[in-house]
Write a protein that binds this ligand. Structure first.
Ligand SMILES: Cc1cc2nc3c(=O)[nH]c(=O)nc-3n(C[C@H](O)[C@H](O)[C@H](O)COP(=O)(O)OP(=O)(O)OC[C@H]3O[C@@H](n4cnc5c(N)ncnc54)[C@H](O)[C@@H]3O)c2cc1C
Length: 508
């Protein structure tokens, strides 16, 4: 019997597999596609934008250089930087809200509290198939078994284990995690409730040739009848047709259909002569009402779907995997404190709900009608300001994300800044092994004794910080979340309470 079976070798399933493998769990990943890149032949358009929360997750596991290398050829990856309002530099493109591009120079991250310089960039364009290969390779090195051409079409839960199968091919696991994407079979088979809002538009992305390209403006264009995008020199076109999501995604759109839609949304008589690749999506926004049913959990698109506007899905899914991995591992290893696994749903479902609303808010200022056009003008004006741009960037990048963990210090519940010690050790490097970390900045090393009682789960590091943000000590969970922070009098009691809450009983 496996400790954990993960269904789906997409980025979320593979990231989770690495986390569990790092913790020494026995893990099987079942993927329905026979070859690592077979789904990419059916799914063109492989570029994705990662924000600092996700690049930070790769950094904390020592994967940042490899992540950059896998996607070094992606356009925009090494784009020239511009000086930003806070004196640092940013890549040329940092994203958009409802098609209104953000001006990177107006992003003022210095206005945000508790930030420290980090090697993990705030934005990074990646090629998803390359990142999947990177994660699969690491998972295998960590002892994870990846079985391809192995779909799951039945999931049966028992008191102490779960059986997943396809026909006679059945495996048992103590825990099952459905990371099988937006049309998740695990979600359906295990009876998760999936609720939300129905789509308003069908989106199309295609690589096409136009007989008269001069009829379409470059960039993102909102029109009275929809929206179209003309990007780069490679003939990539995007369009959004407010048809109520009516286009049947099981059909391949014909050239005639695409031309009719393009003419409608652009308000021109432009002619498409050739379409080489096309994919469709909608803004259907749904989430499961729980992320856990007994021994079955969901993560990534299996738990939440929404439009790709603003590039949130992968980032949210990686956040799920990072949050779940160490908790599930602690359960498997038998040292998890009571209720630890419940905090996965408590922490991640509100984040997913916010992401769905972020996507809905964008659709609300994209509808082709007069009232929306007026509201869109207001949004454009707000995004012309430094505060407006910073607000949107902060929201979309997850920089302001904070779990409600209680705790007196405002840093508790946030993604930890990359504390650097004067001896050169950084928090990111200290976290590579997947344990929690306690940083003791006191001259007397006051936490050395108390921390030793959790040494198998929490790594102790003492030193003088280059910038300690006024703190004496910080406890960081394996997912990079600050669990406890002390400004003065960093005695053992506060630490011990926080360590017991997240890491279980101390070793005798
Ligand atoms: C055009 C577009 C652009 C996007 N841009 C961004 C972006 O810039 N930033 C961002 O954060 N997000 C973006 N996203 C969203 C992002 O791609 C997804 O959120 C992310 O890929 C979800 O990862 P996942 O692992 O949860 O699911 P998936 O990537 O869908 O992987 C699921 C895996 O499960 C397998 N599977 C499915 N069913 C079964 C079964 N029954 N048995 C076994 N295996 C199964 C599938 O074959 C697949 O390998 C974009 C999406 C689109 C469509």
């Amino acid at each position: 019997m496996y400790d954990v079976v993960i269904v789906g070798a997409g980025p979320v399933g593979l990231f989770l597999a690495c986390e569990l493998g790092l913790a020494g769990c026995s893990v099987l990943v079942r993927e329905k596609e026979p070859e690592p890149d077979s789904r990419w032949q059916a799914q063109p358009f492989e570029k994705r934008g990662l924000f600092g929360f996700s690049t930070g997750a790769f950094y904390r596991r020592g994967l940042l250089d490899a992540l950059r290398e896998t996607s070094a050829d992606v356009a925009g990856h090494g784009a020239p930087a511009v000086a930003a309002a806070d004196g640092t530099s940013r890549p040329l493109a940092v994203g958009h809200f409802a098609g209104v591009m953000l001006d990177p120079a107006k992003v003022d991250l210095a206005a945000l509290p508790y930030r420290l310089p980090s090697p993990a960039p705030d934005t990074l364009m990646i090629r998803l198939p390359a990142v999947e290969s990177l994660l699969a390779e690491r998972a295998i090195k960590l002892g994870v078994e990846i079985r391809r051409g192995a779909p799951v079409d039945a999931v049966v839960q028992h008191d102490e284990h779960v059986v997943v199968s396809a026909g006679a091919d059945a495996v048992e696991a103590r825990w099952v995690v459905g990371c099988d994407g937006g049309r998740s079979a695990v979600r359906r088979l295990a009876g998760f409730e999936f609720t939300g809002t129905e789509p308003e538009f069908t989106g199309y992305t295609m690589v096409a040739t136009l007989a008269d390209p001069e009829k379409l403006r470059p960039g993102i264009n909102a029109t009275p009848t929809g929206m179209y995008l003309r990007m780069g020199a490679d003939g990539t076109l995007g369009m959004m047709d407010f048809d109520g999501g009516a286009f049947d995604r099981s059909r391949q759109p014909t050239l005639d259909h695409l031309q009719t839609v393009l003419r409608r949304v652009s308000g021109t008589d432009v002619t498409l002569t050739d379409v080489r690749r096309v994919s469709t999506f909608t803004d259907r926004a749904k989430q499961t009402t729980t992320y856990r049913e007994g021994r079955i959990l969901l993560a990534g698109d299996a738990a939440h779907i929404h439009s790709p506007l603003g590039g949130q899905g992968l980032n949210t899914g990686i956040g799920d995997a990072v949050n779940l991995g160490w908790k599930l591992a602690a359960i498997v290893q038998g040292h998890a404190p009571d209720g630890l696994l419940d905090t996965y749903d408590e922490e991640r479902r509100p984040v997913g709900a916010q992401v769905l609303d972020w996507s809905r808010a964008q659709v609300a200022v994209m509808r082709p009608n007069r009232g929306t056009w007026a509201a869109r003008g207001v949004v454009r004006d707000l995004l012309g300001t430094r505060d407006g741009t910073t607000y949107v960037f902060e929201k979309m990048s997850g920089l302001s994300m904070r779990y409600d963990l209680g705790g007196a210090h405002p840093l508790v519940g946030r993604n930890a800044p990359d504390f650097l010690l004067e001896d050169g050790a950084s928090l990111g490097e200290l976290m590579r092994g997947g344990l929690g970390v306690v940083l003791d900045f006191t001259a007397e090393r006051r936490l050395a004794g108390p921390a030793s009682a959790w040494r198998d789960r929490v790594r102790y590091a003492a030193g003088t910080p280059v910038d300690g943000l006024g703190l004496e000590a910080v406890l960081i969970r394996p997912d990079g979340t600050v669990a406890w922070a002390e400004v003065d009098d960093a005695a053992g009691a506060g630490f011990e309470e926080a360590a017991s809450r997240w890491f279980g009983r101390p070793t005798a």
